[in-house]
Every structure is written in structure tokens, then in C-alpha cells.
Design a protein around this ligand. Structure first.
Ligand code: NAP
Length: 248
């Protein structure tokens, strides 16, 4: 029997991109798990604002562009002043892509990498420095994608950022020596603003290639992220794919 205690369940979770889509569902899941929640996006939607208004003691939201490192730092400071120390981070915010690599401008490639990869690594660094100084333990979940594991046309830079996050996640899990459980959840395609660029034909092709015969829904993903935030799973440094088996 080891006398090393389990990492406690998350009590105060920061969700990036919590304004809509999967991020909004993850804010609700973290709240339902009994945690306080801080969430930001560039635009605070009425749905996110309502959650904050309904839970004034437990939810803190803000309008922050995650590529603005100073604004991210200020948000973390304000969130802690309001909710107490953060001990979990869900890196959900990202921008998508729908253009062949040869037709994607250098500026757009830079934006995708800056938002999805660089800013996520900087947010993770800021969170870990804060949490190491406070609770000393915690949990990080990266929302990545099956695009990091299989090739999808039109998603070259996006895929590079998600593969980069999966690789960084494993290295970070080593660096943290088990004091922080760090994992990725890699969804297959699900309906959202990001995937709205996919046409009916593309969606039916993906569905046909999925053994379970149906696309993923946010409700399939939130229990997995919830488990990584709250349960004593001892899962660390792993990519958990939620895609109905489409990528096997
Ligand atoms: N949809 C899919 O098929 C699919 C499949 C696999 C993985 N994923 C991943 O799942 C996660 C959620 O995707 P989703 O489909 O729910 O996307 P979505 O509806 O487009 O939501 C993305 C969220 O990120 C925020 N965001 C984007 N850029 C930001 C920035 N610079 N600063 C702060 N927040 C920013 C957005 O808010 P603002 O625009 O207001 O900033 C929004 O809250 C992403 O990591 C995505 O890569 C999605």
C-alpha cells in the first residue's frame, strides 16, 4: 500500500472558452460537480452571463482574449480574489480552421498557433505557477482533437496545435511528478459553431465511418472531463479519445 494521497477533487476550476459549445457545457459540469468556476471568452454570451447571475458566489466570468497574456493574468488574479485559489484548469478555448494549407495565409496560420497552442501553454504556465504556490496539487485537462491522431484535410495548422498540446501534456505530466494530474480529452467532430463549416456530406461521411453510427455530442464528453476533474482515477499523461471509434 502506498501512503501517497490521491490528488483531491477539483474545488475551483478555470475553463477557457466557456461561453458556448463544449466550453459552456463544461462550466455547467464543473458547477454540478460542486466546484467553483471561473470562465472566460472574448465575448461573454447571455448563457454564460446567466450562469454567473444564478451562482453569484460560485461563478466568475470575464471577457478576455487569451492571446493577451496580461489580460489573462489579471483575470486569474480577479477570479482568485472572488472565488479563492484555483486548483484545476480546462483548456477548452480554440479557433478552428477550414482551409487547405496552401490556401491558408501566413497570418492565419500564426493566429491559429498563437491562440490554440502558445496561449494555451501560457495559460497553463500561469495556472500552474498560481496553483503550485497555493494548493500545490491539482488537475489540468486539455481539450484536443482526433485531428491530432488522424489526418483531416483543411485542418493542418489546427491539427498541429492539438498534436502539440497532446505532446506538451505528456511532458508536463512528467514534470509535475503526479502533483498535478494532466490529461487530454480528444473529441471527434461534434456540432458547434466551430464545426458549422462542415457540410452535410462531410458530416454524413464522418458518421458512416464511425462504428457507433453517430457523431459525438458534448454530453458524451462532459462526463469524461468531469471524471478527470473530480474522480480518483489515477489517470495521468493520457489522451482519452471520445469519437465513437471513428479514429480506430
Ligand atoms: N466542434 C468539434 O467538432 C470539435 C472536435 C474536436 C475538438 N474540438 C475542440 O473542442 C473545444 C471546444 O470547441 P467548440 O466546438 O465548442 O468551439 P466553439 O463553439 O467555437 O467555442 C470555442 C470557445 O473558445 C473561445 N475562444 C476562441 N478564441 C478565443 C480567444 N482568443 N480568447 C478567449 N476565448 C477564445 C470562444 O469564445 P469567443 O469566440 O467569444 O472568444 C468559445 O467560447 C476546442 O478546443 C475545439 O478545438 C471541437
Amino acid at each position: 500500500m502506498s501512503d501517497t494521497p490521491a490528488i483531491p477533487a477539483a474545488s475551483c476550476v478555470l475553463v477557457s472558452g466557456g461561453s458556448r459549445g463544449l466550453g459552456l457545457a463544461l462550466v455547467e459540469r464543473a458547477l454540478a460537480g460542486g466546484a467553483k468556476v471561473a470562465a472566460f471568452a472574448r465575448t461573454v454570451t447571455p448563457e454564460l452571463a446567466k450562469i454567473a447571475a444564478d451562482h453569484p458566489e460560485d461563478v466568475f466570468v470575464g471577457s478576455v482574449d487569451m492571446t493577451d497574456n496580461t489580460a489573462v493574468g489579471a483575470f486569474i488574479k480577479e477570479a482568485c480574489a472572488k472565488l479563492g485559489p484555483l486548483d484545476a484548469l480546462v483548456n477548452n478555448a480554440a479557433v478552428g480552421q477550414d482551409s487547405l494549407h496552401v490556401h491558408t495565409s501566413p497570418e492565419r496560420i500564426g493566429q491559429i498557433i498563437e491562440t490554440n497552442l502558445t496561449s494555451t501553454l501560457l495559460l497553463t504556465r500561469a495556472f500552474l505557477r498560481h496553483a503550485m504556490a497555493k494548493s500545490g496539487k491539482g488537475r489540468v485537462v486539455m481539450v484536443t482533437s482526433v485531428c491530432a491522431q488522424r489526418g483531416y484535410a483543411g485542418l493542418v495548422s489546427y491539427s498541429a496545435t492539438k498534436g502539440g498540446l497532446d505532446a506538451a501534456m505528456r511532458a508536463l505530466a512528467r514534470e509535475m511528478h503526479g502533483r498535478f494530474l494532466i490529461n487530454s480529452v480528444a473529441p471527434g467532430f461534434f456540432a458547434s459553431e466551430m464545426s458549422s463549416v462542415l457540410g452535410a456530406e462531410q458530416l454524413s461521411t464522418i458518421t458512416r465511418r464511425t462504428p457507433t453510427g453517430r457523431l459525438v455530442e458534448p454530453d458524451n464528453i462532459t462526463p469524461i472531463v468531469g471524471s478527470l476533474l473530480f474522480d480518483d482515477t489515477n489517470i495521468n499523461g493520457q489522451v482519452i479519445t471520445v469519437d465513437g471509434g471513428g479514429s480506430i
